[in-house]
Design a protein. Structure first.
Length: 576
């Protein structure tokens, strides 16, 4: 039996077929279901609107509006590659290169491009390079033969040749699968549902009462369809990322290299983020297009930065794979969570009989030992916590009606909901921002390795590190900060007692003087797609102290609501 150390690192670069059982779903089915549902939504809404119109003009107006929307999107579909060429040149200084120049940077990428184009009978995509050290890659165009494939210089800086080639293969997968065309048509249908929503809402302001009622119903249904359609688009986008990963694994026979590439891209984004005082316009502007969502880079990049092996990286992936908050937040993302992508790529490596780069089997095994009751119990409690003010208001209203009716004091129906609302706000605040007096000293990586971490229930923690820049992308007066400690980087969110005005003044007058200082910080750590800490207090090595007040307005609103409810209960005490 072959030992793991004797297993090959990669498979053959041609003729590889890999099963995707349980990974990403079915691309044709995902596209078909999304498109069918969107077409069905549009048809139902269009029929619903025509039923409420008495005159021809509104129907004609809607028809023209839909026709214009279709014409605009059709024109944009074919013209957009040239518009984006100009935009890329203006914003990022994209330069177009030939295979000869690319071969100097990545010979294997050239081989992959030539082979895929030959096998799929594709015209070679126009190849662009952006002079930016943030590693990224993206593809755009209308049809496969008019595609552009653009990468940044950072890709060649942080990745090895075989890793770069898998990134090119991934982007070629988007071209082969007609991803731009499918996403453009699907997004057009979403636009039409929103157009129908606006139209029906306006029609609900005139006409007979029956027509108004029907129009308002159609408007509500249209808006629901619009929201559903938006999430279908995000689901389709994530599915297409899985299939582009699968295409890259089959094309190169090297799923391990793509796993490494994803982790190294995250690492590169973190490294470049530490050097820059403000986030790159490139990674912000191409978030949905890029191979990697830079918002998710902090945890993975930090783990790679300090790890001597794969164990620490795997610990970070536990949250992606097993915390229900990860799946919940992924619903709003164009990209799957990194841990899930690496896990899928590891299954392809297993099918090829390769030594697995990241031992996801061990990670999954560790994840199965997690306390599921704690994971899901905490998640559902968090959901209830999020709605605590509403629950308090509703509970207070019901109690107020019952007590007011039984005691003959109708004022309780007004006072009780306010008291309930205030109690709900205070409970939510105390759970979200627990007592920080016992906060323990830790580091960024340890916080990110907690699979039970929540975006709502803050974990009190102390960090020591250097303030390396602002956390607000491109905002000159941003009040948030980036903290770099020995293990990684984390965003610190500041909150003034004086609200947005206080945040603006802090960002304008004080932040610049803090950058570069060594600090001790106390705050509440939260884990989402991008982890962060809500700052409580910051002390610099020069003796400057900065206090932040995330709980301040919640206590004011909660306490004020309770006080107002009590006053109304007493002042309006008029038994009948």
């Amino acid at each position: 039996m072959t030992s793991e150390s004797q297993l090959p690192k990669r498979g053959p670069m041609a003729g590889v077929s890999l099963a995707m059982a349980g990974v990403g779903g079915n691309l044709a089915l995902a596209s078909g279901v999304t498109m069918t549902l969107m077409f069905g939504m549009v048809l139902v809404l269009a029929l619903g609107v025509t039923l409420i119109i008495n005159s021809e003009n509104p129907v004609l107006g809607l028809t023209i509006a839909i026709a214009v929307t279709l014409a605009f999107n059709l024109a944009a579909f074919f013209i957009s590659p040239w518009i984006m060429d100009l935009t890329q040149k203006w914003l990022y200084g994209t330069r177009w290169v030939d295979l000869t120049e690319l071969e100097k940077k990545s010979p294997e990428s050239v081989e992959v491009i030539q082979r895929v184009c030959s096998q799929k009978n594709l015209k070679q995509p126009r190849l662009g390079i952006i002079d930016d050290q943030n590693p990224t890659a993206f593809t755009y165009g209308s049809l496969p033969n008019s595609a552009r494939l653009v990468v940044s210089e950072g890709l060649f800086t942080y990745l090895d040749d075989d890793e770069v080639s898998t990134v090119y293969a991934h982007e070629l997968g988007h071209i082969v699968h007609w991803d731009f065309a499918v996403m453009t048509v699907a997004s057009t249908l979403v636009q039409i549902t929103y157009l129908v929503y606006v139209f029906a809402r306006r029609m609900g302001r005139s006409g007979s009462e029956k027509a108004k009622d029907i129009a308002q119903t159609v408007s509500l249904v249209a808006y629901i369809f619009y929201i559903v359609g938006t999430y279908l688009l995000l689901y389709l986008s994530r599915t297409r990322e899985y299939f582009a990963d699968h295409f890259a694994a089959e094309t190169t026979g090297n799923p391990n290299a793509l796993s490494r590439a994803l982790v190294k891209i995250a690492y590169g984004l973190v490294e470049e983020g530490q050097k820059a005082k403000e986030p790159s316009r490139l990674v912000e502007g191409t978030r949905a297009l890029g191979i990697y969502d830079h918002k998710a880079a902090t945890s993975t990049g930090t783990a790679y930065r300090v790890s001597g092996g794969t164990a620490q990286i795997g610990r970070v992936f536990l949250w992606d794979l097993f915390n229900p908050w990860g799946s919940w937040m992924e619903l709003n993302s164009t990209h799957p969570l990194t841990g899930k992508r690496v896990r899928a790529l590891s299954t392809y490596a297993e099918q090829l009989g390769l030594e697995i780069e990241f031992d996801m089997g061990r990670v999954v095994g560790e994840g199965r030992q997690l306390d599921k009751g704690k994971l899901y119990g905490s998640f559902f409690l968090d959901i209830i916590l999020y709605g605590a003010p509403f629950i308090g208001f509703l509970g207070g209203a019901i109690l107020g009606v019952v007590l007011g009716t039984s005691s003959g004091m109708p004022n309780l129906a007004i006072a009780s909901p306010l008291i309930g609302l205030g109690i709900g706000i205070l409970i939510k605040t105390l759970v979200m921002y627990p007592n920080y007096s016992q906060a323990r000293e830790t580091d960024v990586l340890s916080l990110m390795s907690d699979p039970y971490a929540s975006p709502l229930r803050g974990k009190p923690a102390k960090l020591n590190g250097e303030l390396i820049g602002r956390g607000d992308a491109g905002y000159k007066f941003g009040s948030d900060l980036k903290l770099q400690d020995r293990s990684g980087m984390l965003f610190l969110r500041y909150s003034s007692r004086f609200g947005p005005i206080g945040n603006f003044l802090f960002g304008m007058k004080k932040v610049q003087n803090l950058i570069g200082m060594q600090v001790d910080s106390v705050g509440w750590f939260r884990r989402g797609i991008a982890p962060w800490m809500d700052l409580i207090q910051l002390e610099t090595n020069s003796g400057t102290t900065v206090n932040s007040y995330h709980r301040f307005w919640s206590f004011i609103l909660g306490g004020g609501s309770i006080l107002l409810g009590i006053v109304l209960a007493v002042v309006l005490k008029t038994p009948v």
